[in-house]
Every structure is written in C-alpha cells, then in structure tokens.
Design a protein around this ligand. Structure first.
Ligand code: FMN
Length: 190
C-alpha cells in the first residue's frame, strides 16, 4: 500500500473484537518497528510504548471503569475491552528534562516536541496496524488513570501517559467520511 491508500484506510474503529489477523508477536514486532522509524526533536527518543494483550488488556479496561467510579458508560468501556489489545503511549519526562538542561534556550519547547513526536508515532502505529488488518481507535482517559496504569503494568514513574489505543479484529467498517472542501484549510502558494 502507498501512504495515501494507507491513510485512507486508517479510521476510528469502535466495533472491534478479539480475532486478530496477526499473532501477538507480529503485532508487537510491527509496533516496535514503527517506534524505531518515527522521528523526534533533537533525536531525543522521548516516546515510550507499552502494548497490553489478552487478559492484561481486559484488566486495563476494567480498571479504567473502576477508576472513574461509574462516571463513564460501561458499554463504552466494554466496546474497547472487546478488542484484543491496547497500545499505551507515554513520553519519558527524564529524557525531556535532560534535553531541557542541555539546551536551556529551547527548554520550553521540549515537552511540546515530545507531544508532537508522540502524535506522529500514534498516527504511524494506527496506520500500520490498519495495514495489518487491525481496527483501532484513539482514547484519552489520562490523566485520571495514570497512577493505576503505572501500578498495573510496572510502568516507570517518570513516564507521562498521553494516549490509549485499543485495537482488535474489525467488527464493522465505520461510515463514510463527510466531504470537505480541502481548499478551505490548505493554501498552495507559487
Ligand atoms: C489527537 C486526537 C485525539 C483524539 N481523541 C479521541 C478520543 O479521546 N476518543 C475518541 O473516541 N476519538 C478520539 N480521536 C479520534 C477522532 O475523533 C477521529 O480521528 C476523527 O473524528 C476522524 O475520524 P476517523 O478517525 O474515522 O478518520 C482523536 C483523534 C486525534 C487525532
């Protein structure tokens, strides 16, 4: 697939199931490859990723429900739990602080760049998983769940949770996208 075709196939999949087209090892290797290839400011390599599969994935979503104390709809949480795994995206505050000290005049930019690089990574993982026939969506239950996630999966304290990406076999395709006039948002200047 070319990049445009891959980006066209990347959508938010809310109807996912536990039937992955690839093995856990293959999905894990794919995510590792993407992390290796995605750039970061000053090449600081701030992103950290933990992918939970199977029972650990179920535990994550049950725990998210519990941490919110019933304030999020059970059916919504169950729709993510219905998947096969979740990619947890973090950045490492220790790495960011080290760069802030080393390049003091750019200090304010490093946390912004860490977030930007993480967004690049999220899109790349999302797209690569969809290329492998996997349905994905992007969720944000941080920062309410941060401490719980760290204690459940022994995540280092200095990792900052940015996003949760539940994925699984595709139950159904999302509806077509609304048409837009892209010229309202993009200028081509010669
Ligand atoms: C930075 C970012 C944050 C998002 N946060 C959420 C979220 O918290 N929950 C959710 O269901 N979708 C979230 N989305 C998905 C968007 O709503 C979705 O990508 C957009 O509506 C376009 O739909 P599509 O993904 O099917 O192309 C997020 C997307 C981006 C890029």
């Amino acid at each position: 697939m070319g990049i445009i075709q891959s980006l066209e196939k990347r959508r938010s999949y809310y109807n996912i199931n536990k039937n992955l087209q690839v093995s856990v090892a293959e999905a894990g290797a794919l995510i590792k490859k993407v992390v290796e290839l995605v750039p970061d400011a000053f090449n600081m390599k701030s992103a950290r990723v933990a992918t939970v599969f199977g029972e650990k994935h179920d535990l994550l979503w049950d725990s998210i429900y519990e941490v919110f104390g019933g304030k999020v709809p059970r059916e919504k949480i169950d729709s993510f739990k219905a998947g096969a795994g979740t990619v947890l995206f973090f950045y490492d505050e220790k790495t960011v602080k080290a760069l802030q000290e080393k390049f003091a005049s750019y200090a304010a930019n490093f946390p912004v760049w860490a977030n930007q690089a993480n967004g690049m990574l999220q899109l790349a993982v999302w797209t690569a998983l969809r290329e492998a026939g996997i349905g994905v969506s992007l969720q944000h239950y941080n920062s309410v769940i941060d401490e719980k996630v760290k204690s459940l999966f022994s995540v280092p304290q200095e990792y900052v949770l940015i996003a949760q990406m539940p994925f699984g076999g595709i139950g159904s395709e999302p509806g077509p996208k609304e048409k837009e006039n892209i010229d309202d948002r993009v200028m081509v200047i010669e």
